[in-house]
Write a protein that binds this ligand. Structure first.
Ligand SMILES: Cc1cc2nc3c(=O)[nH]c(=O)nc-3n(C[C@H](O)[C@H](O)[C@H](O)COP(=O)(O)OP(=O)(O)OC[C@H]3O[C@@H](n4cnc5c(N)ncnc54)[C@H](O)[C@@H]3O)c2cc1C
Length: 615
């Protein structure tokens, strides 16, 4: 495939920007991705982490969106099986009747009427069965098991209060525990495609861009806390710019240049066929809502959940998910509150925590977690399209989750903004958006990602092989069999087939120095993974490593000692001076407390029968 000389700049390295960069490279254009923060540091990281058809959107008549999402769900289960896993859902029901009138009202767009008619008992089993039957029909051909209606209290089912919820619907969707790692892999694949085709591909994380009136784009570094920042300013003449900055879309347009906003709704290109008045004509593309989640450490609740995700309604009728978050934690989300501030500053408040805990207690009174079980919380802003209802009468939950590409005709070069979207539809969004951009640049679509696996994809025998190779490296590094097994397992869960590279790095001594420890203290990840992510995955600082590469933020075993070890990894790669370790660690520990409500213990708790035992 011949590389094209044109360069497209993608602003935003969230899941959508990353998927779009990859898709454009598949057709041979060069791509520069610019993110003012790290890869996937926005809504992508602060989502409910589900790859789902969106059962609830059926009530709003979004059949097309549900069909597309279900097809993408099944595709991602095939193309990224190391990260996207099937999850069976349990939907508790209070009685047989109820919800039919409300569902009808929603279908014709009367959300307030639907709320008034919802009644005391939410949706009955008839309404649920009808919705789940339609969901099955729309996922025709899917390998996922179909829905079933059951009585509560069966063996292996979640131990939801069976007096309050005697019945349940069960259906299939999927979970993407680490959308952050999924996004990194999209970009790794983009780099691979570029290397094969000869196109240029540059990622400038922790940089901002400004478009000059002469059509040139200036890319400047953002100052990092402790680590050395780039100092170079780049200028280039892109063939097109796509603003994929999610909830920041309007702010980015303000920063980028003053021609940003479309003049009227008619200027929207609407190739996803959703511009019918939803762009409003006001100088807003986005009207975000904030959604909070709790990460709960309660063995009782985790056991009560079993292997299911529970999808239910809170007392006010809002949807709530109670999900397994690995083997030991539970993820509870979410709220949906109109939010107009800087998305980077959105934070969970105590009222949201109480609301979510009450929703869990209503479902699981015998295993209700208390405030102390909340290990941490997090909050993201949904990049929802601006519609008048958000600020008016209707509920934020009723705003469409469809995406659209809005063109900016007054820009001095072809320019678009992506509005809305879900994790689930990142690939199909990218395919549609790339086709539109390439068409404007007169470049034919050469290949698409429709059958392209992610670099770490492995499943069944190929996963076993990857884990065996990681195990072999861990044993050669001198770990005991039981510890090496755990290391191979956890590394493969994060890096998929690439875990063999991470574990092989345990035996490599590029600088001739032995590592301070083979493993991060109290954890089952190799110290070598720190250097690997710095060299191979564009991580720049402590936060990038802990939150979005090694995923330690969500590990209940994370301690200050482990953060210090990660900081030592930065020193080793000459990204931090030895005297900066103390202040950098203290700053991160304080961020954990302030932003996520997480208090870290000083020293690691040794896992049973382990610690790093070298034989
Ligand atoms: C609470 C919540 C729950 C959700 N749950 C789900 C779910 O379970 N399943 C699902 O499918 N979807 C879910 N979503 C939706 C999904 O997370 C988002 O639609 C998706 O992550 C948006 O990705 P994005 O790449 O467009 O934006 P983001 O991930 O927000 O990325 C935008 C990027 O732009 C960068 N940026 C900001 N300003 C600039 C600038 N000026 N220049 C350069 N870069 C900039 C940011 O740093 C960020 O990295 C949820 C969203 C939220 C908030």
């Amino acid at each position: 495939m011949a590389a094209n000389k044109q360069t497209v700049v993608v602003l935003g390295a969230g899941i959508n920007g990353a998927a779009l960069a990859r898709e454009l490279l598949l057709s041979g254009v060069s791509v520069v991705v610019v993110d003012s923060g790290d890869i996937a540091c926005g809504a992508t990281a602060w989502s409910t982490r589900l790859i789902h058809g969106g059962l609830r959107y059926l009530e709003y008549g979004e059949v097309g969106l549900v069909r597309e999402s279900l097809a993408e769900r099944d595709r991602l289960l095939r193309l990224a099986p190391h990260l996207v896993k099937p999850l069976r859902f349990y939907l508790p029901v209070e009685g047989r009747f109820g919800g039919l009138w409300a569902a009808g009202a929603r279908l014709v767009g009367c959300e307030s009427l639907a709320r008034a008619w919802r009644g005391k008992h939410g949706r009955g089993s008839w309404t649920i069965a009808a919705g789940l039957t339609l969901y099955d029909l729309l996922s025709f051909g899917s390998p996922c098991p179909r829905h079933r209606m059951v009585r509560a209290g069966g063996v292996g089912l979640p131990s939801v209060d069976k007096r309050a919820f005697p019945l349940a619907g069960m259906y299939s969707d999927a979970q993407l525990l680490y959308p952050e790692r999924f996004t990194v892999e999209l970009l790794l694949d983009a780099a691979q495609i570029a290397a094969e085709s000869g196109a240029d591909f540059i990622i400038k994380s922790h940089h901002t861009a400004r478009l000059l009136l002469n059509g040139r784009l200036q890319i400047r570094p953002v100052t990092l806390g402790f680590e050395p920042s780039d100092t170079s300013v780049i200028e280039l003449r892109p063939a097109a710019v796509v603003n994929a900055t999610g909830a920041w879309v309007d702010r980015t347009l303000d920063l980028l240049a003053d021609w940003g906003q479309p003049e009227s709704p008619a200027t929207s290109t609407g190739f996803f066929a959703d511009t019918s008045g939803e762009s409003s004509g006001a100088a807003h593309l986005i009207a975000g809502t904030k959604g909070s989640h709790l990460v709960v450490h309660s063995p009782r609740l985790r056991e009560a959940l079993g292997s299911y995700g529970v999808y239910a309604e809170a007392a006010d009728g809002r949807p709530v998910f109670v999900l397994p978050f690995g083997d030991r934690l539970v993820l509870v989300g979410t709220t949906d509150i109109p939010y107009a501030g800087d998305p980077a500053e959105a934070c969970t408040d105590e009222a949201e925590i109480s609301y979510l805990l009450a929703a869990v207690a209503r479902l699981f009174p015998a295993a209700a977690p208390d405030r102390h079980s909340v290990q941490q919380h997090y909050c993201g802003v949904r990049p929802l399209p601006f519609v008048r209802q958000v600020l008016g009468r209707s509920a934020p939950a009723s705003v469409s989750r469809r995406h659209m590409l809005v063109r900016h005709p007054r820009a001095p070069l072809p320019a678009w903004s992506i509005v809305g979207g879900k994790l689930t539809t990142c690939r199909s969004l990218a395919e549609g958006a790339a086709a539109e951009v390439l068409n404007a640049l007169h470049v034919p679509v050469q290949r698409t990602s429709v059958e392209r696996p992610l670099p770490g994809a492995c499943q069944g025998a190929s996963r076993d092989q990857a884990a065996a190779s990681a195990l072999d490296s861990a044993l050669r590094a001198g770990l005991s069999v039981s510890v090496a097994r755990r290391v191979a397992e956890e590394t493969t869960a994060l890096f998929g087939a690439r875990s063999r590279l991470v574990c092989a790095a345990m035996n490599a001594r590029p600088d001739g120095l032995p590592p301070p420890n083979l493993l991060l203290p109290g954890l089952s990840l190799p110290f070598a993974a720190v250097g690997f992510c710095l060299r191979e995955e564009w991580a720049r600082n402590l936060e990038d490593l802990i939150e979005r590469r090694l995923m330690l933020l969500f590990d209940e075993r994370l301690s200050v000692a482990a953060i210090e070890a990660v900081a030592q990894g930065l020193v080793r790669e000459q990204r931090l001076l030895p005297e900066q370790v103390g202040p950098a660690v203290a700053a991160y520990v304080s961020t954990c407390k302030k932003r996520y409500g997480r208090t870290l213990r000083q020293l690691p708790v040794a896992p049973q029968g382990s610690s790093e035992s070298v034989e």
